[in-house]
Write a protein of this length. Structure first.
Length: 95
């Protein structure tokens, strides 16, 4: 199940845990589009209580160093490597 519109605001974080309303079961994993949003989802989970979500897996994407200290699994995107690769590809196309 995939849904969008999750933001780092409280309504957005709560929405990640409650939406979609017509789901037959609550989410067991959330892949957030940033570590900040993932932290927010984890906070919202604590704020509303687990209600069966003690096995909720939250994963962020950024590689934020704070993730190591908080137990957040995070995927490092390596933006500097992305920039180098993109620049190399553009220069290769120009040759």
């Amino acid at each position: 199940m995939i849904f969008s519109g999750i933001t780092s605001t409280l309504p957005g974080r709560l929405g990640a845990l409650k939406a979609p309303a017509d789901a037959t079961s609550p989410p067991t994993a959330i892949l957030a589009r940033s570590d900040e949003i993932a932290f927010g989802v984890m906070t919202a989970n604590r704020e509303i209580g687990t209600r069966g979500r003690e096995n909720l897996l939250v994963i962020g994407i950024d590689g934020n160093p704070l993730g190591k200290n908080s137990g957040l699994p995070t995927i490092n995107q390596h933006p500097s490597r992305q920039g180098i690769t993109a620049t190399s590809e553009v220069l290769a196309q120009l040759e």
